[in-house]
Every structure is written in C-alpha cells, then in structure tokens.
Design a protein around this ligand. Structure first.
Ligand SMILES: [Zn+2]
Length: 265
C-alpha cells in the first residue's frame, strides 16, 4: 500500500506554477533582439490541469507580460467552439469572456481556441506562438510548404521533429483553430508522433512541447533553419535537404502508441 502523497500540489499551486512558466516563456520569446514578435504579436499558454490552462490576454505584450496579463480558462467551452460551423465574431467574443475561471481576469487572446486544442495532445504542456521575421520571410513566399516539410540539418530534426505541420493561410480565430486541428490530426495519423512545430502560411509559428525549454528550442531552431534555407536558396537556387533515410536515422522509430493516444483510438 503506497504511503499518502503528502507532496501533492494544490490546484492553486498548479495555477501559480503554470502562470510563472508562461511569464518566463513570454519574456524569452518577446526579447526584442530575437525578432520573434513586437507590440501585441504572439501568445503563450500552459496547461494547469485536465480542465484548465493559462493563456496570454488579448492585446498584451510578450516582452513585458505581467501576472495580470495571464488568464486562466476552461478547456471545455473552447473545445466545443471547434465543432461550430457558423459563429459570429460577437458570439466568439462572448465565449472568450465566458471561459475565464476568474470573472475579473482579462479577455484571453482569440488564439486561445487553438491553444486549448493543442494543450489536449498527450505530452503537450506549453505552447509559444510568434511571428518571427526570419521564419515569415519564408512563410510569405512560395517556398512555405517545402520549408515545413523538409529538413536541412540534424539539430533541426532533434528540436523541430521530422517535419513541421503546414497550415495554409486562414482567418485568425475559429477558422484558423479548425484548420490547425485538421492539419495536426492528419500529421499524427501519418507520422505517429506529436508535432513540435506548426507553420502558418503568411502568419507565423506555433511551437509545442512538454517543457517551456523545448518550446523555446523549437522556435529558435526553426528561426535558424529559415535563415539557412534563405541563404542556401540564394546561393544555389534550391537548398540541399536531408534525405528521408538520414532523417529517420536521427529521429528513430515513430511511436505508434502516441498516435493511438493522441487520436483517441
Ligand atoms: Zn498570430
């Protein structure tokens, strides 16, 4: 018989820990010298429990995010939104206010809808979404899909996965969240792994992971890959990519069990 778990953290502790982690991640991603996001761009989130998560409030700034700019939300109503076809902006706005745990908290970002979905994937505890200059110069070009699908060097495979999820341009908000879910489901069916990076055409990057360090690493490594992609394309027309065999050798075997768990099979 196991002893009583005296160290079980309280719900309040989980919330505080997640909020502090979101602040750290936001300040790292918002650093001006990294050129990942300016003004109100980008958003971050962390899972608190099976029922709630914390997310950056609408219109706040990553670099200077404060505790009051982080809002705790319930998953259930946001996940239900994903099943809706026709919703007015006003109705979506109303839901964003309704999902707050604390009625005095600021309105969460409209991108909280995709955060809610991605935080339900097994092993995903943190999300960072930014609009980096280096990545968007590729995502705003005809090479966006190729950049998402191919890999250029070993550390890109390690930090960003065997490929990134690619999402063609969609209106930010509910339509984008639904498009992200479609693309992620197809990715997991095919690749049997969680995505580490989702690339949004003409928009930006979403990095997801078990720790805030892995989210930061995936973001920084995708920036580096984008810079290399642009440089290699500039001097040779077409970058030389790693082969499928080389990628598999670095990444190892796909986890079939993950696929079943993530897709609820
Ligand atoms: Zn965005």
């Amino acid at each position: 018989m196991p002893a009583l778990r005296m160290t079980k953290p309280s719900a309040a502790n989980d919330q505080t820990r997640a909020r502090e982690a979101v602040l750290t991640l936001s300040h790292e991603l918002g650093r001006e010298d990294r050129r990942l996001a300016i003004l109100g761009e980008g958003n971050t989130s962390a899972r608190v429990s099976a029922t709630t998560f914390v997310v950056k409030a609408s219109g706040s700034n990553l670099a200077s995010l404060s505790r009051a700019d982080v809002t705790e939300c319930r998953f259930a109503e946001l996940l239900a939104l994903l099943e809706q076809d026709l919703m007015t902006d006003a109705a979506i706005d109303q839901t964003l206010f309704a999902v707050r745990v604390d009625a005095d908290a600021r309105k969460p970002s409209v991108e909280a809808i995709f955060h809610a979905y991605l935080l339900t994937l097994p092993g995903v505890n943190f999300i960072g979404h930014t609009h980096p200059v280096a990545i968007n110069q590729v995502l705003c070009s005809k090479h966006a899909r190729t950049f998402a699908k191919r890999r250029l060097f070993p550390d890109e495979v390690v930090c960003c996965g065997v490929e990134s999820v690619f999402v063609p341009y969609l209106d930010p908000g509910l339509k984008l969240a639904q498009g992200i879910r479609r693309a992620v489901v197809a990715y997991i069916k095919r690749i049997s792994r969680p995505p580490r990076v989702i690339l949004l055409e003409n928009h930006g990057i979403i990095a997801l992971g078990a720790t805030l360090e892995s989210v930061l690493a995936a973001t920084k490594m995708t920036v580096k890959a984008a810079e290399i992609f642009v440089g290699a394309a500039a001097i040779s027309g077409q970058p030389r990519f790693l082969s499928a065999a080389q990628i598999v050798r670095i990444a190892g075997r796909p986890d079939e069990h993950y696929r079943q768990k993530a897709l609820g099979l």
